[in-house]
Design a protein around this ligand. Structure first.
Ligand code: G3I
Length: 305
């Protein structure tokens, strides 16, 4: 029986899933994870609030359960995420200015050093751009420390784990026409031109009727790749069901396969019931762990059987 991981690997890519540590005791869940996926992302366990709940006190237990499971099973790990305006512990939410900048860089250095050699790709910075038409940075306590906070985070991550691929990760950056997409593109272009260490751009790819898979998706991925970075689909889920959902999953997979530097796809959960979305059926496996039409759409696009 073919699997997503095996089919993706034959194209030189990985196929991953977001994993929650507390589900590693669910045998249906772990059975699918071990069989179908060769990359994992911690859904919440490597966020700042999880790893540094008190300033300077790091708690790696739940993250380690996921990383150790992945390593034992021969899977890669995507690290998510070192610097973000959200999921900050209370102490960080209360900080600003140079103290916050220092605390953020200390967090990046500590965590990336702790996991040095174990992480395939790090989402160094997550969701730093505003929605809408401004093309501006998102306002946040980190952004208010100065525009250069993003490159400072990337430099700290490179110093701490020189062999990990360092990614910028965001959502609603799928449509090439959108101002947010263009703004991220310009930042990556600027980083490449100035030698700021960046290796990859993550496209979260949370799709629904208000944010459908754009028909220029391949163009977006290719344009970023042409800047000299890898691109990865990092948090894929697509609202819907049946054939229409399957066709959209097929299209996203084909868009990645059409771009040499699109190195892998991660879905944001395993069964529909594992999704962060409060309702709906956005994933590849049904609540019982059965393969959906969406699964076969991906599998066919990967050339599997
Ligand atoms: O663990 C606590 C639990 O103890 C408590 O009783 C319960 C009550 O609300 O909350 C639990 O924590 C929740 C956590 O998920 C674990 O289930 C948080 O409230 C909830 O906010 C958190 O949501 C996560 C969300 O990120 C937070 O920003 C989702 O699981 C996770 O899927 C989602 O993932 C994000 C990516 O990191 C970034 N891109 C978007 C994506 C989807 O929103």
């Amino acid at each position: 029986q073919d699997t997503l991981a095996a089919a993706a690997e034959r194209t030189g890519r990985y196929f991953g899933a977001a994993v929650a540590a507390h589900k590693l005791s669910d045998s249906t869940y772990v059975g699918i994870l071990n069989r179908e996926f060769n990359s994992v992302t911690a859904e919440n366990e490597m966020k700042i609030d999880a790893l540094e709940p008190q300033q300077g006190q790091f708690t790696y237990g739940n993250a380690d359960r996921i990383v150790n499971h992945a390593i034992q099973q021969g899977k890669d790990v995507r690290g998510h995420t070192l610097a973000w305006h959200s999921q900050q512990p209370q102490w960080m939410q209360n900080m600003s200015g140079s103290a916050l900048r220092q605390a953020m860089l200390h967090h990046v250095t500590q965590v990336a050093s702790y996991y040095r050699g174990k992480i395939h790709s790090w989402d160094v910075v997550n969701e730093a751009f505003a929605d809408g038409n401004s093309g501006a940075r998102r306002d946040s306590n980190l952004q208010r420390t100065g525009d250069d906070w993003i490159e400072a985070a990337f430099r700290a991550a490179r110093a701490a784990d020189p062999n990990a691929k360092l990614c910028y990760n965001d959502y609603n950056t799928d449509n090439w026409q959108h101002a947010k997409t263009q703004a991220v593109y310009r930042m990556v272009q600027d980083f490449k031109s100035r030698g700021v260490p960046i290796d990859c751009v993550g496209f979260q790819a949370h799709f629904n009727s208000g944010n459908p898979v754009p028909n220029n998706y391949h163009t977006t991925l290719q344009n970023f790749a042409d800047l000299g970075v890898d691109v990865q689909i990092t948090e894929l889920d697509i609202e819907g069901s049946g054939n229409s959902q399957a066709e959209q999953y097929r299209g996203v997979t084909q868009a990645c396969l059409a771009v040499t530097r699109c190195t892998g796809i991660t879905v944001w959960g395993i069964r529909d019931s594992d999704s962060w979305r409060a309702s709906g059926t956005p994933l590849l496996f049904d609540d019982n762990g059965g393969k959906k039409a969406a699964y076969y759409g991906v599998m066919e696009a990967l050339g599997g059987d």
